[in-house]
Design a protein around this ligand. Structure first.
Ligand code: PAF
Length: 282
């Protein structure tokens, strides 16, 4: 496995590999890898000749009062895990390498971002879309892998790939969970011990939505109220949002129909967790 930090070297390497008709699977991350990333790397390994992992904590997608500086980092551990999983290249540029000065062009998202994390983190998805546009141009992957825990990110990337005509296939991997249901996340390390046990109720609450829908409940408002109650009664976290929307367009729904997402963000003392469940209603 090769670790590459310079954009020019990464581009050269990718052009050389592509000239040999190698297919490239790309897993973009901000590092501090967990089992969710591992499952994407495994999937990429199985489906491509070469696997590229990027590790870059992208300043552009963090708001002024967010956890950019505190975002967990452990490059040596990531390196070891990536190697064990058969990764061919880690692309790990510095912030100065990616943004040597104020950008002259940024990508502005115009759909699917007025709700959920896009609403509570203004500018977040513009930062994600901008860095991914740069990374796609550097890596030139055939397939790119994202986890469904960030379902809104998957929906936004789908729009980015379509609108900018990137010849890249988007592969979305299932959310990987702890035995009690908590979605794996790099930010889970910041949960206090009591918060860690409480956090499992986020998924339990989302499962209640699934059960209510399976029992025939069609009212989004009723399901939303029931899910909120489970989170409020069982955690000390503050609900940042809890919404039921169409997926992937992320539009409001009154009556459940078709493919919908039930998504929550809960703010604990040092960690803001997100999770969701996607349901298909006949
Ligand atoms: O999901 C993430 O880790 C980040 O948003 C991504 C896609 C690597 C862009 O910085």
């Amino acid at each position: 496995m090769k670790v590459i930090t310079a954009i020019s070297n990464m581009q050269k390497q990718m052009l050389t590999d592509k000239a040999q008709c190698k297919s490239i699977g790309f897993v973009p991350t901000m590092g501090f890898l967990h089992d969710g990333h591992a499952s994407l790397l495994r999937k990429a390994r199985a489906e491509n000749d070469l696997v590229v992992l990027s590790i870059f904590v992208n300043p552009l997608q963090f708001g002024p009062n967010e956890d950019l500086d505190a975002y967990p980092r452990d490059f040596d551990r990531d390196n070891q895990l990536a190697e064990q999983l058969g990764t061919d290249y880690i692309f790990a540029p510095s912030a100065d390498e990616m943004y040597p000065g104020p950008p002259s062009v940024v990508v502005k998202t115009t759909a699917r971002t007025e709700v959920l994390c896009g609403k509570s983190r203004p500018g977040h998805f513009d930062g994600v879309a901008t860095v991914l546009t740069k990374l796609f141009n550097i890596v030139r992957p055939d397939r790119v892998y994202f986890g469904m825990k960030d379902a809104q990110q998957v929906a936004v990337v789908e729009g980015l790939l379509a609108d900018f005509h990137f010849p890249i296939e988007l592969v979305a991997g299932e959310t990987v969970r702890e035995p009690d249901g908590l979605a794996k996340s790099s930010r889970n390390v910041y949960l206090l011990p009591n918060e860690r046990s409480e956090a499992a109720f986020i998924y339990k609450a989302l499962r209640l939505a699934e059960q209510m829908a399976a029992a025939g409940e069609k009212s989004a408002a009723k399901i939303q109220a029931a899910v909120e109650t489970v989170i409020r009664e069982n955690t000390t976290g503050q609900i940042d949002y809890l919404e039921i929307l169409t997926y992937p367009d992320l539009e409001q729904v009154g009556e459940l129909k078709g493919k919908i997402i039930v998504a929550a963000a809960v703010r604990f003392q040092k960690a803001r967790l997100i999770d969701n469940i996607i349901l298909t209603i006949e």
